[in-house]
Design a protein around this ligand. Structure first.
Ligand SMILES: Cc1ncc(COP(=O)(O)O)c(C=O)c1O
Length: 288
């Protein structure tokens, strides 16, 4: 299937924008909207399609028969790639961090295997070097970096801002993993301030990637990491549960939970002028 047909048949694009209400927002005179990229698709949800789209187009256009990428045992990126590969007729390989793992280690890996992704488990030292074992890389393979990081993904992210058309927001808030989404947003708008909530201790890496790609970065916050990637303290879990219930909007503690937690705190601390319109990007991550 080609990409346009797939988008038309299977994806909800452009994604919706919903306003959410809270006493805090009223008290601080700000309006908060959520760009519902989580509703694009149950599996290729959030920023996943945005980041993969251009790579798949490149693969199809250049006749790559195979796409290889990297991720951890619970990688949303590889999960989405495995499914996209199945739907779009591209064979995929996931290089997974941890040679102690197998396709039966969790239901997501099993599902990815069932969708036809070849899973290669490598030790952490090799993974750090992104070393592809001999024999798996061929001349017609397209290699996508971990989390989709790269210019093609940044181009795909820009579509989010195009979808806003002329609706004006003063601030956009997103969560930051590899920083691809954040850099794509920073590169697409100069009128709107883009706030990135870090989920791991990689500020230096993001700053150097921004320099490398010549993208001016805006506001980045390291105060909502809760120690390290994937830490889920009770306070954060509680916040996610209360938020999900109150707004009927599912979030999870690794990415979007940290973002909304940070957003509430920034509003509380009067970061945004009264009258501001804020757009939070829901990047998905709530697996079915
Ligand atoms: C649900 C979710 N949100 C946000 C991110 C972070 O996005 P990025 O890596 O583009 O910073 C990820 C990781 O890719 C993710 O899985």
């Amino acid at each position: 299937m080609d990409i346009l047909q797939f988008e038309k048949q299977s994806l909800r694009l452009p994604s919706a924008i919903d306003e959410i209400h809270d006493e805090l927002f009223e008290q601080k005179h700000v309006r908060v909207y959520v760009k519902r990229d989580d509703l694009i698709h149950p599996i290729i949800s959030g920023n996943k399609w945005r980041k993969l789209r251009e790579y798949i187009q490149i693969a199809q256009f250049n006749g790559h028969k195979h796409v290889i990428s990297f991720g951890g045992a619970y990688s949303n990126h590889l999960y989405a790639l495995a499914y996209a590969g199945k739907e779009l007729g591209i064979s995929t390989t996931g290089i997974i961090r941890g040679d102690e793992l197998t396709a039966e280690s969790n239901i997501y890996l099993t599902q990815m295997k069932n969708w036809g992704m070849e899973l290669i488990f490598i030790n952490r030292a090799d993974y750090q070097q992104k070393r592809i074992p001999e024999g798996f890389k061929t001349s017609d393979s397209l290699i996508i970096a971990e989390g989709g990081f790269g210019n093609a993904a940044i181009t795909g992210i820009k579509e989010i801002v195009h979808e806003l058309c002329d609706v004006a927001f003063d601030h956009i808030i997103c969560t930051v993993g590899t920083g691809t989404t954040y850099l794509g947003l920073c590169d697409s708008t100069s009128k709107t301030i883009v706030h990135g909530i870090l989920t791991l201790n990689n500020l230096t890496e993001i700053e150097s990637n921004a320099t490398l790609l010549n993208i001016p970065i805006q506001q980045l916050y390291s105060s909502y990491i809760f120690g390290k990637y994937a830490n889920q303290p009770e306070e954060l879990i509680q916040f996610c549960e209360v938020f999900s219930h109150k707004h009927q909007l599912k979030i999870e503690p690794i990415y979007t939970g940290k973002m909304f937690y940070g957003l509430y705190d920034l509003i509380q601390k009067d970061t945004f002028k009264p009258g501001s319109r804020l757009l939070a990007l829901h990047t998905g991550g709530v697996k079915p």
